[in-house]
Design a binder for this molecule. Structure first.
Ligand SMILES: Cc1cc2nc3c(=O)[nH]c(=O)nc-3n(C[C@H](O)[C@H](O)[C@H](O)COP(=O)(O)O)c2cc1C
Length: 218
């Protein structure tokens, strides 16, 4: 599969088998990820690869519980639900849709490791540059994984259990974890977006402005 096809066919995968990922494939994907552009060539990044079964279980648990909190926080309650019922339903939904994360063979955590190259008063700009660089690296990984028939999904649910994550993986205070992804073989590759998301997908032309803001290519 070439790069253009892999970009077209990449989809967020949330249902995985336990089929192992070979060391060769994993190494190749990590190296491709780290070929991404990096602001100021600072390489303010690391990829934390989680394959140890106990640590995978810990991470899956953090992500699934964080997902429950995300759904409670971001999605509206069903009609008539009390806040407690909404929280319970959200937790159950996260367990149901993300349950296969417990058997995925590999996780990759995209870390920001600040190099502090900008002067102190400009560190917010450096932080943005660092986070964009990690995002570019992860997108390389997502697309390359798709070309190899492997699934991924950019995931931020761990933001809701950050202290636990930091403790579980021994992360120093300055290291940030903008994104993690499972990496494994999907039960099946989603084709196109599910109807709920297709319904809200904006036509690409409305997202392109020609020459100045306010001139979409409608
Ligand atoms: C910044 C960012 C954060 C995301 N966080 C999550 C997440 O925490 N959990 C999840 O299941 N999907 C997450 N996604 C995936 C999006 O839901 C998904 O990309 C979007 O619905 C479009 O579907 P597609 O990736 O199949 O094209 C995230 C995507 C981005 C870009």
């Amino acid at each position: 599969m070439d790069a253009l096809e892999a970009i077209r066919k990449r989809r967020s995968v949330r249902a995985y088998t336990d089929r192992p990922v070979s060391d060769e494939d994993l190494d190749e994907l990590l190296r491709l990820a780290l070929l991404a552009p990096t602001g100021s060539m600072s390489q303010a990044w690391s990829l934390l690869v989680v394959r140890d079964p106990a640590r995978r279980e810990t991470l899956a648990d953090i992500v699934i519980r964080g997902g429950g909190t995300y759904f409670t926080t971001v999605r509206p309650p069903a009609e008539g639900h009390t806040p407690e019922q909404h929280a319970e339903a959200s937790k159950a939904y996260a367990q149901e849709v993300l349950g296969s994360y417990r058997r995925v063979p590999v996780w990759v955590m995209g870390l920001v490791v600040p190099r502090n190259m900008f002067p102190p008063q400009e560190r917010d700009k450096e932080a943005l540059s660092d986070e964009m660089s990690v995002a570019f690296a992860m997108e390389n990984l997502f697309v390359a994984a798709r070309a190899k028939g492997l699934g991924t999904v950019p995931t931020v649910f761990h933001w809701f259990c950050e202290d636990e994550l930091r403790a579980a993986f021994g992360l120093p205070d300055e290291v940030r974890v903008p994104v993690v992804t499972p990496l494994g073989y999907p039960t099946e590759f989603p084709v196109g977006l599910p109807p709920r998301l297709k319904a809200i997908k904006r036509p690409w032309r409305t997202l392109v402005h020609d020459d100045a803001w306010g001139n979409p290519r409608a």
